[in-house]
Design a protein around this ligand. Structure first.
Ligand SMILES: NC(=O)c1ccc[n+]([C@@H]2O[C@H](COP(=O)([O-])OP(=O)(O)OC[C@H]3O[C@@H](n4cnc5c(N)ncnc54)[C@H](OP(=O)(O)O)[C@@H]3O)[C@@H](O)[C@H]2O)c1
Length: 229
């Protein structure tokens, strides 16, 4: 962990992670290692996850979701997509929120809201988290790879992660966080471009450097335009 004096600050000091499962734990550990002040929350009381947090995410503080997000600079939502409506939308009004969730029918079952919606899952989530400044990222990397594939900036072939948002200022806050997590951050465009890295896509199934990811995003956009014409 880096010292407090060296703590990164580009508008983000504290990160609240909602969900302490596979993804939430890995994101929270990564954030602690990157020097952020990290709070984690499950669906219940802080005590329910206190021991887990102490052992699995040393350095993070277990809280209720309400306490975790209250004055957090950035919130990461990593709950199963079928439970996204249990996240208290009002508590996220005005917050920069990373949606790390995916629609994954083998795990989630078929959810009518997402099946054949024709839009990215984050655009569906936006219907519930209407006041949040949503950024879609961290979705196309396996939870175990988040720590295994992290590398310092400038490492040749460093893995890149796509960042989609309708809010340029929110995306600009998230980009350096992804970099500090150990990945190049590639702005894909508005939330609609999040479809390019949903389950079933080449980007979702692969691991790409910045140049490769830009190429894959362009290919996806081309094929989308072709389908529309
Ligand atoms: N598997 C991957 O490698 C991967 C990669 C990228 C993205 N994703 C996506 O990330 C999401 C999370 O996946 P996961 O595998 O980490 O799930 P998981 O292991 O099942 O963990 C889910 C966590 O969410 C918590 N939770 C549920 N409702 C909550 C709420 N309202 N507020 C706060 N916490 C809540 C659960 O806590 P309780 O026990 O208290 O309910 C649990 O800690 C999914 O959408 C998944 O598709 C997965």
């Amino acid at each position: 962990m880096i010292s407090e004096e060296a703590m990164p600050y580009d508008g983000v000091r504290s990160i609240a992670v909602l969900g302490v499962g596979r993804v939430g734990s890995a994101v929270a550990r990564t954030a602690v290692s990157a020097g952020y002040e990290v709070r984690v929350a499950g669906s219940g009381a802080a005590e329910d996850i206190a021991l887990l947090a102490e052992i699995v995410i040393p350095g993070a503080r277990a809280m209720t979701a309400a306490d975790a997000v209250r004055d957090a600079d950035l919130v990461v939502v990593a709950v199963p997509l079928g439970k996204f409506r249990t996240v208290d939308a009002a508590s996220l009004d005005g917050k920069i929120v990373i949606d790390a969730m995916n629609y994954w029918p083998p795990v989630d079952g078929v959810i009518a809201d997402f099946a054949d919606s024709g839009v990215s899952s984050t655009e569906v989530v936006r219907g519930h988290l209407a006041g949040a400044r949503l950024v879609r990222t961290l979705n196309h990397i396996g939870y175990h790879d988040l720590e295994d594939h992290a590398a310092p900036a400038g490492t040749p072939g460093r893995r890149a992660l796509a960042v989609a948002s309708d809010d340029d200022d929110a995306a600009a806050v998230v980009l350096p966080v992804i970099d500090r997590f150990g990945f190049d951050a590639v702005r894909s465009g508005p939330l609609a471009t999040g479809r390019a890295f949903e389950p079933g896509t080449r980007i979702f199934s692969g691991a790409f450097s910045t140049d490769q990811l830009r190429h894959e995003l362009a290919l996806h956009l081309d094929s989308t335009l072709e389908r529309q014409n």
